[in-house]
Design a protein. Sequence first.
Lengths: 286, 397
Amino acid sequence: MGDTLSYFRQDMLPHIWCPGCGHGTATGALVRAIDRLHLDKNKVCIVSGIGCSSRAVGYLDFDTLHTAHGRALAFATGIKLARPELKVIVMTGDGDCTAIGGNHFIHAARRNIGITTIVMNNNIYGMTSGQYSPMTPKGFFGTTAPYGNVERNFDLCELAKSAGATYVARATSYHVPLLIDLIEKALLNPGFSVVEALVQCPTYMGRKNKIGGPVEMLNWIKEGTVNVKAAAALPPEKLKDKILIGELYNKQEGEYTADYDALIARVQRKYDKFQGGLYGCASNSD
Amino acid sequence: MSRVDVLNGNLAAAHAARLSRPEVIAAYPITPQTPVVEYLTQFHADGSLPCQMSEVESEHSAMSILTGASLTGVRCYTATSSQGLALMYEPYFRASTLRLPIVMNIVNREMISPQTVWGGPQDSMTLRDAGWLQIYVEDNQEILDTTIQAFKVAESAEVLLPINVCYDGFYLSHMTERVEIPSQEEVDAFLPPYRSRHIILDPETPMAVDPLTNGRLLMEYRRKHMAAQQAALVAIEKADAEYARRFGRSWGGVIDEYRTEDAEYLMVSLGSVCGALRECIDDARARGVRVGLLKIRSLRPFPRARVIEALAGKKGFGVIDRNVSFGTNTGILFQEIRAALYSAGSRYPAASFIGGLGGEDLTLEIVAGAIKSTIETVDAGKIDNEASWLVRPERKA
Ligand SMILES: Cc1ncc(C[n+]2csc(CCOP(=O)(O)OP(=O)(O)O)c2C)c(N)n1
Ligand code: SF4
């Protein structure tokens, strides 16, 4: 493995995350996957929304864009459309991605646009101090759920799959080698990829739910998950309330910007005097 | 019986909302408003706030839910800040043009870019022309009192408009002060339940809300909306006077004046910086400088007549804006004051300042400097067409 520190803006460190926060582990996993693939730093653009998780881009030494709450995928779509050759990565939180930004998520998946999305799911709004999110399980506590959350939560991977994502996987901050592998594969998928990284927020999720500190939370994450391969051999009662990790979906389908370019090429051939193109149309200016 | 407690601004707002008995609350957390939502959730969970409450998935949804709820004729409350308000703009404008008396605290926070979370009223001041009433307050007691009054103003038959009570992020929202909390009985006596008569979705008397409307009729709506804003000038003063009678505290209505009677120079501003201005004015007075404070409480409706009256006979004034109005070289309040004076045919020397953006502290030193510079500008008979920037000297490394 190369020198991963060189992927960080070291003058921006130390980071703002609480001791024991899982966001750093997920960020480290992304950097290691990028390193393994030897991606050209100058051809990678990382976009985030708003949240503790979204702060990650401030520490990463790539072209990065810290956008508005929930909008990372919309900004990233613009970048990918204008510069399809770039590797566009989105780092987002469970709140950012599925509450305020839920609409962008399902439409990015539906289009199968070539964006790799890492959802750092700590089951809570960390940045605004522990309100429940659409991914807080029913019955869990948050600052806006003092007697337990009454709403049902999303299964992000099922949502991604049914909305049209072509690569869907889940790992955790406990299963780091697996997380790196899955991000690596996600980065290789030409279409819309989603990796859900289950991570711990000891400060709010841990405290509000009396799960304990970072170590207890990592154990809690470990106990709550089963690898999808192992699950195939287990009886249903052993899988009750367990979250599946591993590669959950992988299917090749046309990627949006490639299909778009193919359409332009086809139409241009048909009207060969047409001088337009991806960057505007000279004969069509009025 | 009222009781005295030590409250931060957000808790003062949450108590005011609770005491006003809203029937539906929908809100989304954003710094620095977040604690308001948490306090209300806690009140709700404890049973001291019986209402329907929803932590929605965005501010756009929050205002949309309240629009629906208000259309059924119930009292509604929410709070937000900055980016949340920006995201809410579509239903924000619509709530006012539908004439729904929703009350919303805005915990003022600077707008991005660059990324910032600190205070500054740019968020709400930019939206001053969206049809809501907007009142700016200076301390935590004023947050509580004004938020309760806001329901009364918004719901009064001649007004029927939504209202913002705006207060500074962090300087007020997160700082604690002594606050008197009235009892439920006292507030109930001041604020009767809301009954909608002008627009209501009721199966007994069906109504089609917002079909496609031609411009002629739309202009009729706008004209009435403008008239309602003017009526609010009276309603705000009336609510303040009645509140003073019942609770012993008046905040001055649409404006507040401090040591203005014999003043030669007036400093004009709004929000928490008025606290620093009061201190500096006392200081200047002690040195024999006749300066006073004109605090704008109601930005919408703009208290034109009261401003003209307050400035009558003065030598000139200076305005401290904690916001910018791009393309005009000055802040928003400076323009508003100048425009009001134009209609009175008066021409005063005037100084314009911009400072305190993005939570920057307007220290006593800086504010005293602004007063000094105002006096120089006024004595030289000048009118600023470009604001001076109030900035802290760079700290030596
Ligand atoms: C329009 C808007 N509304 C609200 C906020 C406040 N806000 C900032 S981060 C956040 C939640 C973040 O939660 P999540 O995405 O799960 O990230 P985490 O902090 O848990 O990593 C909220 C509500 C905002 N910045 N912008
Ligand atoms: S609040 Fe939670 S998510 Fe945010 S940095 Fe702290 S531990 Fe991490």
